[in-house]
Design a protein around this ligand. Sequence first.
Ligand SMILES: C[S@@+](CC[C@H](N)C(=O)[O-])C[C@H]1O[C@@H](n2cnc3c(N)ncnc32)[C@H](O)[C@@H]1O
Length: 401
Amino acid sequence: MSKLTFTPVPVTGELHLIGGEGTVIHADFRDVWDELVSRFAGSARVVYLDPPFNTGGAFEFRRGKTQLAYRDSVPWEEHLSLIRSAAELSKKLLAPDGTLFLHIDCAVAAYCRVMLDEVFGRDAFTNEIVWAYKSGGRSKRNFSNKHDVILMYRMSPDSYFNIGAVGAARGPKRRNHMKRCVDETGRVYYSIRTGGREYRYYEDDPVYPSDVWDDVEHLNQRDPERTGFITQKPEALLKRIILSCSEEGDTVVDLFGGSGTTAAAAAKLGRSFVSVDSGAVASAVTKKRLLERCLKMRLYDANRPLVTERGKVEAGELPDLNKYFDITEKNGRVTFALKRLPAGARPFMLSAGTVEDGIFTATAYCLDPVFGDGIKTEAGKCVHLVDESFNEYYFVPEIAE
Ligand SMILES: C[S@@+](CC[C@H](N)C(=O)[O-])C[C@H]1O[C@@H](n2cnc3c(N)ncnc32)[C@H](O)[C@@H]1O
């Protein structure tokens, strides 16, 4: 076998020909403010913001081993100032008929309501949505906190809104004091007579959500949607927001993208997305989540490319690749096969492709490497490794003379 060398290459972004049409940006949104405004001003039909709740703790990503995802403890004024900045930037990114959703907890909701009135105007306030859930423990010292607040502000009274897109059939739930009947066409309805009039409630008629959303639960530990990101929200919540306030082809923006729930829901619904997060874990999890979905569905849609952008990754030092892989070469084909490693020591993902003008275009993936799995590429092509601590490396295997 010829001797292989591995040359690190600097990369400024990635292009994936699958994943849904959108951009994942690994940055503090305040640092890329001007760039976001110049590229996306006035173009978002929906902006969803789910900032850290400033719980005083730190949130983890759990996969084999536990990794810090983001710290959630800053002085109160700093916390409010972060939310205000996000609201001000959102206003610039929103289309004239767009809508903002700010997801917060009851500790900060009243302050945010006043703040958003200032930023968007009192008339823009549309709803205070209460997301009520049952999960988590119960306190005996006070009434357990079982809801979040989602503040909804419209850019104009004509902002796009289609309640019809989020109705659900009334269903066969038993109704007290009502008689179950079947009409001449076979449709089931429940009937009640008052004031000499008959009121009919058909089982298959849609019922539209009110401002209390108690029909969407937090994801349970075994939910297939779970990524391991602790503060991940259910896609069902985002789907309701996106479906009611945007149409196919629209752009949905999230400035606190986390595990990419907004991006994933938007991609599934044929919207494009911009997902920004300052955390390395968040941006890697988002990228993998979007790619995984496409690979699982055997969908290769070159018209809906996913772009991921990040601060420049310098060539830097490579880790000991032999720690992870058995690396072999035959006729210019290089194979990276994962060694037997405990879950917490395995790389997060691996891909191979080409680098042109600093942009890595992936053509092959190994998204959840397990023993023996790996990637085959050609000498001279680029390999991208996200290790177990979410460090990212791009390098080219070459055959030494
Ligand atoms: C509550 S989580 C979002 C969870 C997300 N909705 C989901 O479903 O996974 C908040 C996120 O905001 C990110 N964040 C905090 N400050 C930020 C900033 N200034 N710019 C961009 N992202 C930030 C954190 O890294 C974290 O991932």
